[in-house]
Design a binder for this molecule. Structure first.
Ligand code: ZN
Length: 423
């Protein structure tokens, strides 16, 4: 099957090149630029790689603090459906006629790094509860989760649907783990003690464990609208368990953001539509972050708007002028078509290009769509979208070819390397 398909693909490609005079590939991307883009070894700003495990070993479940692969059924976007041809194509590209289990057995501990090579990714920022064997720190850098720290009280009143019914117990479990890792046996009596002995201790431990950033999945649980309550108000809610719980959460979030600035950890926030049929899209509007981005006391904290705000991508553009605001286009590369992502990218690249970062959000969504397939689909889509955006800018004489290549390197690799101080 495979050689036939390859031959057919070459014929199709040949015909296409013949038709458009050799200046672009089948997608209209400038051919020379496409080759440059394909060569760049990327830094993936956000993904959920899964540790390879042998048969009989407990499967890795630490790829997300709030896994979305087991929620009440929703109408999945077409590109996310297991039976989608794009998923089958990605599987064939990665494994040929073979299967994942065989490849995993053959590659052993090198399986995940081999997979990165297939995606053209040099370094993957791995948003996971913990790292572990099979994800070596030479290629996989850690981004742990900080949400659990925001919910130290009884969360029952925040559970409005089956998605949140799945999520809050997981946050409570993770907070227990953070207590234990911090050597704290029970909820401290005062907010001051909690911030010091649990929150600060957890962030310091993450930093020591190699973390580059702290990730928040806040929009899955509540709005991104973070107020600025007084310490006294927050202390009262913490101590009594009564009053405005959101104010306490807001206070803790700001404390974490301030600490992250001091520790040189970036703050990653899910800013976009998300998984689950009850996801409240309006809670994830990037403009809700404006008070944080405009707060002089948080200017030393770097905020990265993970997933680039989709569908509010135009709202992101002006926010990029804030000196501490960055964006990646993960998830869009998984859910959306290349031409759609290209339009988003073009607006950002024409505005503040040094803040825009490539990312895949590689994620084990289903048995057919593993982190491997979703990572490859997103990497290919991201490269094509970038090629389309830059080709358009070149053809409209907004940028030179040299600048297009420079921008491609910035988006795929250099912006992230500079932000996180990577070698
Ligand atoms: Zn993610």
């Amino acid at each position: 099957m495979k050689p036939v398909l390859t031959a057919l693909a070459l014929v199709v490609l040949g015909v296409t090149i013949g038709c458009n005079g050799g200046t672009g590939d089948a997608t209209g991307v400038d051919r020379q630029l496409a080759q440059e883009i394909a060569r760049i070894r990327a830094v993936d700003n956000h993904a959920h790689p899964v540790r390879p495990t042998a048969e009989g070993e407990t499967p890795d479940l630490e790829f997300d603090a709030l896994p979305v692969d087991n929620l009440e059924a929703q109408s999945d976007p077409i590109r996310q459906r297991g039976k989608s041809p794009i998923v089958a194509d990605a599987h064939t590209q990665l494994f040929g006629a073979s299967d994942k289990a065989t490849a995993m057995r053959a590659r052993g501990a090198d399986y995940a790094t081999w997979m990165l090579d297939r995606m053209g990714i040099e370094t993957m920022l791995s948003n996971r509860v913990a790292m572990g064997t099979g994800l070596p720190s030479s290629r996989f850098l850690w981004v742990p989760f900080a949400d659990a720290l925001m919910y130290p009280l009884d969360n029952k009143a925040m559970i409005l649907n089956s998605d949140q019914q799945a999520f809050f117990p997981l946050e409570e479990q993770l907070l227990k783990r953070y207590y234990a890792e911090s050597g704290v046996v029970a909820k401290p009596a005062t907010l001051g003690e909690y911030l010091d002995k649990v929150v600060r201790a957890t962030l310091a431990r993450h930093k020591k464990g190699g973390a580059l950033a702290e990730k928040f999945e806040m929009a899955y649980l509540r709005t991104l609208d973070v107020g600025n309550p007084s310490r006294a108000d927050a202390e009262k809610v913490y101590a009594t368990g009564a009053g405005d719980y959101k104010a306490l959460q807001d206070y803790i979030f700001r404390f974490i953001a301030g600490e992250c600035g001091r520790l040189r950890l970036a703050v990653h926030i899910h800013v976009a539509h998300g998984g689950g049929g009850y996801f409240h899209v309006a809670w994830a509007n990037p403009l809700l972050l404006e008070p944080l981005l405009n707060d002089p006391s948080l200017r030393k904290t770097t905020f990265v708007m993970i997933h680039g705000g989709w569908p509010y991508t135009r709202e992101i553009t002006p926010l990029l002028t804030k000196p501490n605001a960055y964006v990646d286009f993960s998830e869009q590369t998984a859910f959306n078509a290349p031409h759609d992502v290209a339009e988003v990218l073009r607006a950002w690249l024409a505005y503040v290009p040094e803040k825009v970062m490539f990312a895949t959000d590689a994620y084990p969504a289903s048995p057919e769509l593993g982190w491997e397939e979703s990572g490859l689909i997103a990497a290919n889509t991201g490269r094509e979208a970038l090629g389309r955006a830059l080709t358009g800018m070149m053809r409209d004489q907004e940028i030179t070819r040299e600048r297009a290549v420079e921008l491609a390197n910035m988006v795929l690799r250099d912006n992230a390397r500079k932000l996180y101080g990577l070698q």
